[in-house]
Design a protein around this ligand. Structure first.
Ligand SMILES: C[S@@+](CC[C@H](N)C(=O)[O-])C[C@H]1O[C@@H](n2cnc3c(N)ncnc32)[C@H](O)[C@@H]1O
Length: 313
């Protein structure tokens, strides 16, 4: 072997070993946070996380002036919408270095009326977080929302679920969250139904289905994926029934969609406002690691108890 080649091999080996050591160091650093709940302010704890360690964030922060958690570190009791939005933005800005380039955030937010005027809090926040790329605004529709006595406007039965990515190229597994094709359901109004599958030119707008407003135009052989249609932006999911917490926990089904879409198997999901630990419960069940932050020691304790109670094969 020529000395030049030999030198090349040594350099390569050194780079690999340095890389592995660095990787080991990161993992070791991350290990102390992994699969645990940490009590403290989300913004402060965010700064301690090792860089490039989180695949996705799935969270539901306290809403504006909704619930006083009686904690000096809490977010949500700021006097103005602007200050509330600024507090939230600070948390997600602080978290950015810890998230991988391929990483993302799912954030569930509800709105608020002040003197009968809708404040538009979810959108104020979504537009303010311009350091991240806003990728989708999903609607969480609650079929079992509490009835209300309002008579001058519709009863609110939805919240927003925003998806942000750190970079343009981010991890998103569309196949993991596909939903059933509506047109091919039991109630399908399309004559010939599944025969359209995989057929070039199998467009229903001509022929015996023409004029059926239930059907869309276009190349059906491309539109109908065998695993189902691409996930839609309106998610109808009933409110959760976990009663130990003094606040509304978000439903496991909602968290499941987020985790499956943006965290690979064995990856790391963070909830910086982990409350009763719903994100962690789902992450564990789906074979992902989790990190939970909450400023309340009581809620961290509730979440630990809840997580220990679940069995995973
Ligand atoms: C709406 S709850 C989250 C519920 C959670 N998604 C679940 O399913 O259980 C919001 C949580 O944020 C916590 N919190 C409020 N301000 C915080 C802060 N600055 N840092 C960390 N946690 C905070 C509260 O203690 C509360 O547990």
């Amino acid at each position: 072997m020529s000395s030049k080649k030999c030198r090349g091999k040594n350099v390569e080996a050194k780079v690999a070993s340095t890389f592995l050591k660095a990787k080991g160091a990161v993992n070791k650093e991350l290990k102390q946070y992994l699969d645990r709940f940490h009590c403290g302010s989300a913004e402060k704890l965010a700064q301690k996380l090792p860089p490039d360690s989180i695949d996705t964030i799935v969270t539901s922060p306290p809403y504006f002036q909704q619930r006083d958690y009686g904690n000096p570190k809490q977010i949500g009791q700021e006097p103005t919408p602007e200050e509330y939005v600024a507090s939230l933005v600070r948390v997600f800005t602080a978290l950015k270095p810890a998230v991988k380039e391929s990483g993302s955030i799912w954030i569930v937010l509800g709105d608020k009326y002040e003197k009968n005027r809708l404040l538009g809090m979810p959108w104020r926040f979504a537009l303010a977080l311009d350091d991240w790329i806003l990728r989708s605004d999903c609607i969480w529709h609650k079929p079992n929302a509490m009835p209300s006595s309002v008579k001058t406007r519709p009863t609110t039965d939805h919240e927003y679920v925003f998806l942000f990515s750190k970079s343009a190229q981010y991890y998103y597994d569309a196949d993991a969250i596909r939903e059933p094709h509506v047109t091919f359901s039991e109630n399908s109004k399309m004559r010939g139904g599944r025969n359209h599958f995989g057929k070039r030119g199998g467009t229903p707008e001509q022929g015996k289905n023409s004029g059926d407003l239930n059907l869309h135009d276009g190349r059906w052989d491309q539109a109908f994926h065998p695993l189902g249609r691409n996930k839609r932006t309106v998610w109808s999911i009933a409110l959760s029934k976990f009663r130990e917490a003094h606040f509304a926990v978000f439903p496991e089904q909602l968290v499941e969609t987020c985790v499956l879409a943006t965290c690979p198997l064995g990856g790391v999901v963070l909830d910086p406002f982990s409350g009763a630990g719903t994100t962690a419960v789902v992450a564990k069940r789906l074979g992902r690691h989790f990190v939970g932050f909450d400023c309340s020691a009581e809620y961290c304790q509730i979440a630990r108890k809840r997580l220990n109670a679940i069995d995973v094969d």
